[in-house]
Design a protein around this ligand. Structure first.
Ligand code: C5P
Length: 224
């Protein structure tokens, strides 16, 4: 099996992101570029990072009317992303059109509920009930809309995998045993998440902020 780790390149400059990716490239399976990176460096930045030679995950979290999201999805064909994110709360038509507009080799996965939101935030947006129910409801909607999978936490992936056997699950918020948790609250290890059904493990700071990023990437790889 190929390495499921996608390194989150949340670094301040394009040069530092490319340098880190080059150092660890033999020990991670792909690179994740987020909204900050894309707003700062655009398509040019993505092409630069793609030169490292690993699959690219564009975490752009599209959320707009179906026609606009489909247009954005078409516009990124040239970047050949392996994975792209959209918000499940954009609704069924938006997700269907996003998937239809994506390139054949691109997995479209849905963000269900942002982990920065709690149940009080949810009720303020008019959604009653628990966060867990909301995540499961949106996961079902994503599946019914023809998406490939969802982004979920290491704690949720086991339950979601039971409900959606063929889903493609992207799991962030992971920490190797003994590592600093930073601002991530409910963490599991990369190995645990993989055993519970994760398809992709998103890992940032445990590698990017390590004293020796290459060794950190190797150590994580060895646990998988
Ligand atoms: O540095 P760390 O390993 O915490 O990075 C995790 C990456 O996954 C970051 O790019 C972060 O924005 C993203 N992410 C997350 N938690 C979510 C969704 C995305 O940490 N629920």
């Amino acid at each position: 099996m190929s390495n499921p780790v996608f390194l989150a390149l949340d670094l301040p400059t394009l040069d530092s992101a490319k340098a880190l990716a080059t150092i660890v490239k033999s020990h991670v399976g792909g690179l994740k570029l987020g909204l900050e990176f894309f707003c700062a460096h655009g398509s040019h930045g993505v092409h630069e990072i793609a030169q490292v030679g690993l699959p690219i995950f564009l975490d752009l979290k599209f959320h707009d009317i179906p026609n606009t999201v489909a247009g954005a999805m078409q516009a990124i064909h040239v970047l050949e992303p392996k994975i792209v994110t959209v918000h499940a709360s954009g609704g069924r038509a938006m997700m269907e059109d996003a998937k239809a507009a994506a390139a054949e080799g691109t997995k479209v996965v849905a963000v269900t509920m942002l982990t920065s939101l709690d149940e009080r935030d949810l009720s303020r947006t008019g959604v009653a009930g628990s966060a867990h129910d909301q995540v499961m409801r949106l996961a079902e909607l994503a599946e019914a809309s023809g998406l490939d999978g969802i982004v979920c936490s290491g704690q949720e992936v086991g339950a979601v995998h039971k409900q959606w056997k063929k889903g493609f699950f992207v799991v962030p918020g992971l920490r190797p045993a003994g590592a600093s948790t930073g601002d991530q609250k409910r963490v599991v290890t990369p190995r645990q998440a993989r055993d519970d059904g994760a398809s992709v493990l998103v890992i940032g700071r445990p590698i990017s902020r390590a004293d020796d990023p290459l060794q950190a990437a190797r150590d994580i790889e060895a646990t998988l």
